[in-house]
Design a protein around this ligand. Structure first.
Ligand SMILES: Nc1ncnc2c1ncn2[C@@H]1O[C@H](COP(=O)(O)OP(=O)(O)O)[C@@H](O)[C@H]1O
Ligand SMILES: [Mg+2]
Length: 287
């Protein structure tokens, strides 16, 4: 369990984390959502000891993050930061081997090589393993960083905007893979996501931040409510239920989105209300 207690942090005079308290349960997938500048990356940096907060504590199980050694933390927790990535001229496989550093200290055992190969397989990177990072597309490079994180093989995995630069197929398979890592391997996964629908469909728990505070947290069904989303994002997001999935329609802010007529059903029953609904649906699709 990751336990965040009363964390406050300031840059200059600006409070960016304001008495944040959170419990992130073991073996679950938690998504952190919120607008740009809400404090999500700063929170992840505090949890992973990259930033020392002005006040408060973070525990990973029995480990006090402030006082534990770097080695102890890096065997327990792996973190993908949003920026400041390695840019040296490095091949994909060498980057992924870095993930084994907390164990091998640079001398890889046969077992380390197996883990590296598995991570490359997982992320569809074998054909690119010998390419340099600066010879990859943004999405391919993103997958290489995530393979490095998986190769670290920690119980806790924190990923700041892991879907950045990924196309639809790789985004979807990334989320499926992370869900599997929680379900099958008992990993505790914490993600910063911008796509509320990925958060809704794949998370056990969603934490919503605004202005350095956790405004609300709960299950996807609890968070994916029009009023709640308005409070978090300051946007009017229409929420629909599709086969048990709660989906937020945010591409057409405030537009009167309505269900389209189902195939095989009469287009109109002649009532003025239905004509308006159809007009609204038409508008939504064109917007
Ligand atoms: N190194 C820094 N120095 C000063 N201000 C910073 C620094 N990093 C982030 N901030 C500010 O802190 C706030 C929270 O940033 P961040 O945690 O990156 O938000 P998020 O990840 O939710 O977009 C923002 O207002 C940002 O401008
Ligand atoms: Mg961020």
């Amino acid at each position: 369990m990751i336990s965040v207690r009363d964390i406050t942090h300031r840059y200059d005079k600006q409070v960016v984390l304001d008495e944040v308290g959170l419990t992130l349960p073991v073996g679950q997938l938690t998504s952190i959502v919120g607008a740009n500048g809400a404090g999500k990356s700063t929170l992840l940096s505090v949890i992973s000891r990259l930033i020392k907060p002005e006040r408060g504590t973070v525990f990973i199980d029995d480990l006090d993050v402030q006082t534990a050694g770097a080695d102890a933390i890096s065997r327990r927790l792996a973190v993908l930061r949003q920026d400041n990535r390695i840019t040296a001229r490095l091949s994909v496989v060498d980057l992924v081997r870095f993930g084994r550093f907390p164990y091998s200290k640079g001398r890889l055992t046969p077992e380390d090589h197996v883990v590296v190969d598995e991570a490359l397989d997982y992320l569809d990177l074998q054909p690119l393993r010998d390419r340099y990072l600066d010879q990859l597309s943004g999405g391919q490079r993103q997958r290489a960083y995530i393979a490095m994180i998986l190769a670290q093989d920690t119980d806790y995995i924190l990923l700041d905007e892991p879907l950045n630069n990924l196309d639809m197929k790789h985004s979807s398979s990334m989320m499926t893979l992370l869900r599997r890592a929680a379900d099958d391997l008992g990993k505790t996964i914490v993600l910063v996501l911008h796509d509320i629908n990925f958060a809704s469909c794949f998370s056990d728990h969603i934490v919503a931040m605004r202005d350095g505070k956790v405004v609300v947290q709960g299950t996807p069904a609890e968070i994916m409510q029009r009023e709640t989303l308005r409070e978090v994002f300051d946007m009017d997001i229409h929420v629909q239920d599709l086969n048990g999935m709660r989906l937020g329609i945010f591409w057409t802010t405030g537009a009167p989105v309505g269900p389209l007529p189902l195939a095989g059903q009469p287009e109109t029953d002649g009532s003025p209300g239905q004509a308006q609904d159809e007009q609204a649906a038409e508008f939504a699709w064109r917007a």
